[in-house]
Design a protein around this ligand. Structure first.
Ligand code: 4FM
Length: 241
């Protein structure tokens, strides 16, 4: 997969893209990311990229010319999936990440100021995506969030042999709690079942913990989980304990 990022702040990307699992994935060419400075495409004398909003209002709007020129340069035949990161977008979730991970070429536009000229969205963008219901100063952090989530779905990026399918959200549940040594840290003990060596009991306990956590913290996710009649009954008993 290749990802092109259109941004006014290319300098925000190298440290995040260079570190940890994402850094290794890029180094190993499992995916590639290229950042492009929108300002370099501005054709006016002072390389201006924003202007006042028609109709009034306080903020500046990113003007169409530099973004149209950049996208025509990077994806002239519209072969890529073009994404605009903004709070007005559809909330990103695991299903969307998995679907986008199948794309060969993605272009991500990072917005700033009060947004971009609507003609950019109407004429150039395939989908508008939000990483959550809060407003950031720019789309760069959301773009990095999306890139990181996509990278995890690319074959070979995760070191373990299980991969992303065995990880959180694959079954629509939050993760169970994890513990490592020591078994007793300043009097705070690891649950006995995890030290018992009884594999079936451990699996059962972990599943119960996932269900309880999801039920309490994310009722929206819990309502979508499919449970057998037997498991639903057992959970009713468990949650009333
Ligand atoms: C803020 C872009 C205002 C456009 C931003 C406008 C964001 C988010 C975000 C900065 N992007 N999810 N939340 N972007 O805040 O994706 Cl008009």
């Amino acid at each position: 997969m290749h990802i092109d990022v259109l941004t006014l702040f290319c300098e925000m990307f190298p440290s995040v893209l260079g570190a940890s699992i994402l850094g290794r994935a890029l180094e190993n060419k499992l995916l590639s990311v290229e950042t492009h400075d929108i300002r370099a495409y501005a054709e006016n004398k002072h390389h201006r990229v924003d202007d006042y909003a028609f109709g009034g209002g306080t903020g500046l709007v990113m003007m169409p010319q530099p973004i149209f020129s950049a996208i025509r340069d990077i994806d002239p035949e519209h072969k890529a999936r073009r994404i605009y990161m903004s709070p007005q977008g559809k909330p990103l979730d695991d299903a969307r990440v998995r679907a986008l991970a199948k794309e060969e070429h993605i272009v991500i536009l990072c917005g700033h100021y009060e947004g971009v000229d609507q003609r950019v969205i109407d004429e150039l963008i395939d989908e508008e995506i939000s990483i959550g219901d809060y407003v950031l100063t720019g789309g760069e952090l959301p773009a990095m969030v999306l890139i990181d989530a996509l990278a995890r779905q690319v074959e070979g990026v995760l070191g373990n042999e299980l991969g992303a399918d065995e990880e959180s959200f694959a079954d629509g549940l939050l993760e169970y709690p994890q513990y490592t040594r020591p078994a007793d840290f300043e009097g705070h003990k690891v649950p006995d079942v995890l030290l018992s060596g009884h594999h079936a009991n451990i699996l059962k306990w972990r599943r119960q913990q996932q269900l309880l956590k999801t039920y309490r913290v994310r009722p929206d996710l819990f309502s979508k989980v499919e449970l057998s009649d037997k498991e639903r009954k057992a959970f009713e008993t468990l949650k009333n304990q």
